[in-house]
Design a protein around this ligand. Structure first.
Ligand code: WTA
Length: 641
């Protein structure tokens, strides 16, 4: 059996086979791209995508910070790039694995997907959706999610996908911020063998919004009939014409909005544009995952997150490959499910999050040992730092010591991966992300904004020209865009991540702001605090993440009551409050009721001190607090629980 890695001087490198099959296999690419990144990306965009009209070469990259545009004036349609140009190949575009084991796996060829997308694009038009309008998509991982997203891109509508496990309130907030009129959802989905209802959440969410129409996929019951604002996805598609002319879009037109958590309570709508995003999605998919004709890529992320957008759907379609998605839970009906799916469908590229790897490690090796997973060639991880132990397990147990692991660093804002090792170049080093993707540049700065020396941890920033997939502002909020990304470092994009250099390779240490990664999901402490503070008994609260063996981090809440007494019942209510306003993903695992939160003279809550107390470390900077006594009290409460 082929091995795609080889060990040299204690490190893993691509084997000869891997080098031979890799699209990029020489270090030279980094130097060549760095000489003229704009020209480099310009050439790639021209070669990789299908344009209706090219851009003038002086407009390959136009920068007027904090904004910048790629391929300005170039015209294209995203859906044409993802579908139309692959129609001749008679190839499977999508493999969908439903959670119920008895249900049939569905495979759609590019032609079949194209037909469905065209029809649904016509449905959207009939419902009044026009170029530039926002369409909200609140769907589980089912084929209709992909069909809906692509249909939007065909007619130039801007989709905004909302994670299906988010609450009605969370959906509503996004509908209002995006000024959305049409929502696509489903009656529900399967999770661990149970039917999860979405209908109720949808009805609740649209109250008080400007939603005119809701298209519902009948996933759980084909019998349900819809009327009024509601209509059924399949019935509408049945009636629709089979061809929809793709809208001609400018490269810099928005393609989608994806809401993500920052340091404030309100999620922000990250805007991605068309040509730049498509270029980065295309090349990062092709070069990182080294996709060729026979590849089947499985990115396990949900479409509610950027990883689902770029690597479960758009990347592998732009490159004309086959992508697999699975509706359900990794441990249903037992913890062999994923490995079975890989064997059944001959998955070659597998991309997941460290949190799930750690979960599988805990299930025990017996669920994996009998699977040979011969089809696998490349493994990837994303979303949070991966520790040595999880890396080793992934490498040995899943990759059977044959496959490279790409630890890919990126963000909702970057659209595609930015720092990782390329499979044909190496080395693959546990816990190290690697180098900036060719044609992009990151540096690590210390507090004085100078480049760090040795292994000093500093702030990771990106330099101009900014990568083509980078966000194009925050929806309806210029101020937030400037404050979040461009204020701290002049003319440099602030990633809000910490990092250090290890022999020229980048190691990510984690967020430097109040953003948590809980089981790979991005959440902000402020969002949780807002939710908790909305409970009538609460005066104020502080949420901090603490390390967790499986989930990476979990949120812990400290609550000061306005009225009532601490009780288990109240703790339950507060957790429910978070479920209601954000979703169970964000539920704090513990609530400590305290009399005071540690604050500075200016009233800032010192979450750092709370973190230290939870870690049983001696908190620093207590003397700068207005209420140093609070620390002793909190220490006591924490130690008693
Ligand atoms: C973190 C996910 C370490 C990081 C694509 C970043 C990582 C945040 C890695 C973005 C990695 C992502 N190693 N940390 N390989 N990949 N992160 O927007 O803190 O959900 O800022 O995008 O995840 O999370 P987001």
């Amino acid at each position: 059996m082929n091995s795609y890695v080889t060990k040299k001087a204690g490190k893993y490198w691509p084997s000869k086979v891997m080098k031979k099959m890799a699209w990029v296999n020489s270090e030279k690419i980094y130097k060549d791209a760095a000489k003229n990144p704009v020209k480099f990306w310009g050439k790639l965009a021209q070669e990789g995508l299908t344009w209706e009209k090219p851009w003038e070469s002086k407009n390959t990259y136009v920068q007027k910070l904090p904004y910048f545009w790629w391929f300005k004036g170039g015209k294209l349609n995203f859906c044409v790039n993802a579908l139309d140009r692959h129609l001749d190949k008679n190839k499977t575009a999508l493999i969908w694995v439903p959670e119920p084991v008895k249900e049939k796996i569905i495979k759609l060829t590019y032609r079949q997907l194209y037909d469905k997308v065209n029809k649904f694009a016509n449905v959207l038009k009939k419902l009044g959706v026009k170029k530039g309008d926002r369409v909200a998509i609140y769907l589980p991982l089912i084929p209709e999610a992909l069909i809906s997203m692509l249909a939007c891109t065909r007619i130039g509508a801007i989709h905004t996908v909302v994670f299906s496990a988010f609450s009605a309130e969370a959906l509503k907030a996004r509908i209002i911020d995006g000024d959305v009129r049409v929502l696509i959802s489903a009656d529900g989905y399967y999770r661990r063998g149970k039917k999860e209802d979405l209908s109720k959440k949808v009805s609740q969410a649209i109250k008080g919004t400007k939603i005119k129409k809701v298209v519902m996929v009948r996933r759980l019951s084909k019998k349900k009939n819809y009327s009024g604002k509601f209509t059924s996805f399949d019935k509408e598609v049945e009636k629709a014409d089979s061809f929809c002319k793709p809208e001609t879009m400018n490269s810099e037109d928005p393609l989608f909005i994806l809401y993500t958590s920052g340091t404030t309570g309100k999620p922000k709508g990250v805007v991605h544009d068309t040509g730049g995003y498509a270029t980065q999605a295309y090349y990062t998919t092709k070069w990182n995952f080294n996709l060729h004709e026979d590849d089947v890529m499985w990115c396990t992320a949900d479409i509610g997150w950027i990883t689902g957008h770029t690597y479960a759907f758009y990347g592998p379609l732009l490159t004309g490959n086959t992508t697999l998605i699975y509706e359900g839970a990794p441990d249903f009906p037992n913890p062999s499910r994923w490995w079975k799916i890989i064997e059944q469908n001959k998955v070659t590229v597998f991309y997941t999050a460290p949190t799930v790897i750690r979960m599988y490690m805990r299930f025990g090796d017996k669920y994996i040992n009998k699977y040979k997973l011969k089809s696998l060639r490349i493994l990837g991880t994303v979303g949070e730092p991966i520790d040595k132990e999880a890396w080793g397990w992934y490498f040995k147990k899943i990759g059977k010591s044959r496959c490279p692991i790409l630890d890919t660093w990126w963000q909702t804002e970057t659209g595609g991966t930015l720092i990782n090792t390329l499979p044909g170049i190496g080395p693959f080093v546990p816990t190290i992300a690697g180098k900036s993707f060719p044609g992009t540049k990151h540096v690590i700065l210390n507090k004085d904004k100078k480049q760090t020396k040795g292994k000093e941890v500093g702030f990771l920033v990106q330099l101009s020209p900014f990568a083509p997939g980078m966000l194009h502002g925050v929806w309806n909020n210029h101020k937030k865009y400037v404050e979040t990304y461009w204020k701290k470092f002049k003319n440099k994009y602030d990633t809000s991540d910490g990092a250090y250099l290890d022999k020229g390779l980048i190691r990510i240490t984690g967020r430097t702001d109040d953003v948590m990664k809980v089981a790979g999901h991005r959440l902000s402490t402020a969002e949780l605090e807002n939710a908790i503070d909305n409970h009538p008994s609460v005066n104020e609260s502080a949420v901090v993440p603490v390390p967790d063996k499986i989930k990476g981090e979990i949120p812990i809440a400290f609550v000061v009551l306005e009225k009532g007494k601490p009780s288990q019942e109240l703790e339950k209510q507060l957790k429910k409050q978070v479920d209601k306003e954000i979703g169970p993903t964000a539920r704090p695992s513990k609530v400590f009721f305290v009399r005071n939160l540690p604050k500075t003279r200016s009233g800032k809550i010192m979450r750092r001190i709370l973190k230290s107390i939870l870690k049983q470390e001696e908190p620093k900077g207590v003397s700068t607090l207005v209420n140093p006594d609070s620390v002793e009290e909190i220490k006591k409460i924490v130690s008693q629980k």
